[in-house]
Design a binder for this molecule. Structure first.
Ligand code: HEC
Ligand code: CU
Length: 349
């Protein structure tokens, strides 16, 4: 719970223990060596001071073992901390496979949150305790930073691309949500709350809200209304296809005309929609129009959720929540890479 004068934030996520341990141990190690070195300086100053005006210094024997010790011991401590810190850093930024994806879009000066089930909130984030949650972050204007001290997580929200961070809340309660990047005049008012609930309460909360459509369903609507479907028709190949089928594309490698192969992740699909000529799929002409300026950040993440939900052709559309990419790579998956070398690109405009 929030206290009015916290000296140390609450520990309310599974990250908190490791992050605190690293912080505390590093602080103690630093204090120990600072005190040791400063103490020795003062001691030696007194011990080896010049007592008579005619006194001159003499060379001391150098102890090789002493020199080795003070090189090797700090090195070992630093390397151990480096390995530990790196491992927990990767853990913070690599969501586990069962993580459910929420979207947070920063804009001057608020956080717009969207749940996979479709609920939207501003400056409030309701989450169930014990569930791994991946926050996908974007920004509509300047750099913001999504910061929940009680969870020990902080990640920038950068215009033009997606970043992400994940957490698993471990304790019900209400915690601070901040923007930790100076983002303009009212930056200090870009604050909100994270409300961690028991799973049952969370379900009630979901049921009580005006849910609207899930991310995937809204994305499906946009796919129709923006006419993506005219070119990306499921199962259409040969002369019918004006664009590659998107089934099974998400999470798979895509071959590009310039010979590179990229993995179709959030940022790839985002770029395909906003700047289609940046990476053109091998075997296709760059006929896709840009949708820059026609879709909001929120709609973009809905479209991406929809594209991700498209399993391989023939399979039922994946359910809504999807933290794991639908459609895994199979050698002969009908992704665009190899499809219509002859018919597709030649189709009228
Ligand atoms: C005029 C036809 C056309 C329209 C409309 C269109 N696309 Fe495309 N799209 C293409 C073509 C052709 C390609 C392959 C060439 C390329 O990469 O630019 C493509 C590529 C893509 C890719 C990359 C696919 C892959 O296999 O890697 C995605 C994702 C995509 N489009 C999504 C969309 C979405 C979402 C919309 C609607 C907002 C849309 N497209 C509208 C023709 C179209
Ligand atoms: Cu901000």
């Amino acid at each position: 719970m929030r206290s009015s004068f916290p000296l140390f934030p609450d520990s309310a996520s599974t990250h908190a223990g490791t992050v605190d341990a690293i912080f505390i141990i590093w602080s103690l190690v630093s204090i120990f060596f600072t005190a040791l070195i400063a103490g020795l300086i003062v001691y030696f100053m007194a011990r080896y001071r010049r007592r008579h005006s005619e006194e001159v210094g003499a060379n001391e024997e150098v102890s090789v073992w002493l020199e080795i010790a003070w090189s090797v011991i700090p090195l070992a401590i630093c390397l151990a901390m480096f390995v530990w810190g790196t491992r927990s850093f990767f853990d913070l930024y690599r969501p586990p496979a069962d993580a459910v994806e929420y979207t947070a879009i920063g804009r001057q000066w608020m956080w717009k949150i969207q749940h996979p089930e479709g609920q939207r909130e501003i400056d409030t984030l309701h989450v169930p305790v014990g569930q791994s949650i991946k926050m996908k972050l974007a920004s509509e204007d300047v750099i913001h930073s999504f910061y929940i001290p009680a969870f020990r997580i902080k990640q920038d929200a950068v215009p033009g691309r997606y970043t992400s961070i994940w957490f698993r809340a471990s304790k019900p309660g209400v915690y601070h949500l901040f923007c930790a990047e100076y983002c303009g005049a009212e930056h200090s008012r870009m604050i909100g709350s994270v409300i961690v609930m028991e799973p049952r309460d969370y379900q009630n909360w979901l049921a009580g809200g005006s849910a609207g459509k899930s991310m995937v369903a809204s994305g499906g609507d946009l796919f129709q209304s923006l006419a993506c479907v005219t070119c990306h028709r499921a199962g259409a190949t040969g002369r019918l296809a004006r664009g590659p089928a998107l089934e099974g594309v998400f999470g798979s490698p895509v071959k590009l005309v310039d010979g590179r192969t990229v993995i179709a992740d959030d940022n790839y699909v985002r770029e395909s929609i906003l700047n289609p000529t940046a990476k053109v799929v091998a075997g296709w002409d760059p006929v896709m129009p840009t949708f820059q300026g026609q879709v909001t950040e929120e709609q973009l993440s809905q479209l991406i959720a929809y594209v991700r939900s498209l399993g391989p052709i023939g399979s039922a559309p994946a359910g809504g929540t999807g933290g794991t990419p639908a459609g895994t790579t199979t050698a002969d998956s009908p992704s665009a890479a190899t499809t219509p070398q002859t018919a597709g690109p030649g189709a009228p405009q």
